[in-house]
Write a protein that binds this ligand. Structure first.
Ligand code: ADP
Ligand code: GLC
Length: 481
């Protein structure tokens, strides 16, 4: 099979969140099964061009108002062919979606353009994929183009759309349809219209041949009023074509055995070496250096989804009642940034906060902490709880989406589990669950150690993951015919 994966992000070129981790994992795992896979991204100004090669001919992009000329660049990374669409007006900026916490106001235009350019890239390369796999709203118009526009040799190309996060829809005005050359009769609630605008996520959900999302639990949650962000009816209608596939982990990047960014490598046979990582973490974050103190890590985008406002509310309570250190890394919402920094000053040596984006520090935290806190209000899959488990760092999570599917709650009777899970999103439940993890760490050391080993043996490997996506691609092709 020939597959083209379109995304706004992919490691190692452009990353904002987990989408960037997952795209190369899909590409690599499907490629390893013998399929041909290419990935296409916008060429943001922040991407280093020295490792890419430009095509000399300009590439025509057919917009509704006429043609635009873009340039295509390419490179091979980890055996996968990557393509990059250069178009200065929309992508000649450093941010992916925005800068300094503010989204670009023309995001709908940027990604509507990108989606059309992906179609035109196939003509330009004279390469006809059997499947185009679009990811999140940024590429949501691709399934619509494939059915509603005269796309010549792409007429038999099937589309797969993956929902990484229902919380972001991509709204444009009515004019968006004319802008990209789609018929204006699609501005109706049975096609792309929602709340008086054009909703690109909705378009994808209506038009994709197959829809996936990033965990089985999330596939159920988004079909409910509470989790559907206004599109639950569309998802229930498409439920026969919707499947949840849990994200996988690339252990070439995330393995305590070989990670070069951590103080000392370890495995479950040499878990004592994790102590060196903890001391390193405490030093790097200016905490009191003491390997016996219970240490909790947090890494996240500071957005409402992640439930960090509850963490801010409870930090003083935990500090006043427990012997615990917190290490927090992230950025985003300015109120949260301010609140975390303020709390750090009040509890210096016990709480350390770094505002920013730092990939090395994520590895240091995953390796050095005892537990990793992820109290998300909702979480389609989540990557960090999986990374944590592989590093013997037990996740403390709210039972939603991929957190529910990947973390096994501690069972005191059978002395099994890979983390600490709470059901209700309340201050009380979160407070108590952190206390429970803390008492397990200090008072039931053998259980804690047994859970660490169980967590490190978890299999989030790419092999089974690639097979699931390859099946979906096949189903999509069958549906299209
Ligand atoms: P989301 O995509 O919703 O942000 P995920 O858990 O799926 O959540 O993925 C987040 C990814 O982004 C992980 O790889 C995580 O390590 C990374 N990340 C989040 N915040 C930061 C940060 N401040 N610095 C470096 N990496 C970060
Ligand atoms: C989104 C979700 C996250 C998921 C990631 C990759 O950003 O918030 O839960 O892991 O996409 O699929």
């Amino acid at each position: 099979m020939n597959v083209l994966i379109a995304s706004a992000e992919s490691v190692p070129f452009a990353k904002v969140g987990g989408l960037a981790d997952v795209v190369p994992n899909i590409a690599k795992s499907v490629l390893q099964l013998g399929h041909e896979v290419k990935v296409v991204l916008p060429l943001y100004a922040s991407i280093d061009r020295s490792r890419l090669k430009p095509y000399l001919q300009p590439m025509i992009v057919n917009m509704g108002y006429g043609v635009e000329f873009a340039r295509l660049w390419a490179c091979k990374y980890d055996e996968v062919e990557y393509f990059f669409i250069e178009f200065e007006r929309y992508f000649g900026r450093n941010g992916v979606y925005g800068e300094n916490g503010n989204g670009y106001s023309d995001n709908w235009e940027r990604f509507a353009f990108f989606s059309r350019a992906v179609i035109d890239m196939c003509f330009f390369l004279n390469w006809i994929p059997e499947v185009i796999h679009a990811n999140d709203w940024h590429t949501g118009l691709i399934p619509v183009f494939l059915r509603e526009q005269q796309v010549g040799s792409l007429q038999r190309t099937a589309s797969v759309f993956t929902i990484h996060n229902m919380g972001y829809h991509g709204y444009g005005p009515y004019d968006l349809l004319r802008f990209v050359g789609l018929p204006t009769h699609l501005f109706n609630p049975f096609a792309l219209e929602a709340c008086g605008g054009v909703n690109m996520m909705k378009g994808a959900l209506q038009y994709a041949d197959k829809i996936t999302t990033v965990s089985p639990s999330y596939a159920s949650e988004i079909q409910t009023l509470a989790g559907g962000w206004g599109l639950d009816d569309v998802l229930r209608y498409r439920s026969a074509d919707l499947i949840g596939i849990c994200n996988a982990v690339d252990t070439n990047i995330w393995s305590p055995k070989s990670d070069r960014l951590i103080a000392k490598n370890f495995s479950y046979h040499s878990l004592h070496n994790k102590d060196a990582c903890k001391l390193d973490l405490q030093k790097k974050f200016g905490l009191e250096v003491d390997k016996s103190v219970f240490t909790i890590g947090v890494v996240a985008r500071f957005v409402e989804q992640k439930g960090l406002d509850f963490v801010c509310d409870l930090l003083p309570e935990w500090e006043n009642h427990l012997h615990v250190q917190f290490v927090i890394l992230g950025s985003g919402d300015s109120t949260l940034e301010y609140r975390f920094t303020d709390i750090m000053h009040r509890y210096s040596g016990r709480i350390s906060v770094k505002i920013g984006y730092d990939e090395t520090l994520v590895h240091v935290i995953e390796a050095g902490a005892d537990c990793f806190l992820m109290p998300s209000r909702y979480e389609p899959c989540g990557m960090n709880q999986m990374y944590s488990m592989l590093y013997g760092t037990l996740p403390i999570v709210h039972a939603v989406g991929g957190l529910r599917d990947t973390v096994e709650n501690y069972n005191e009777r059978s002395r099994t589990g890979t983390g600490f899970v709470f059901e209700d999103f309340t201050h009380g439940a979160l407070y108590n669950t952190v206390c429970w993890a803390c008492s397990t760490y200090y008072d039931r050391k053998d259980d804690f150690r047994a859970m660490q080993k169980q967590a490190m043996k978890k299999d989030f490997s790419l092999a089974q993951f690639g097979r699931k996506y390859a099946d979906v691609y096949r189903f999509a092709c069958e549906r299209k015919v």
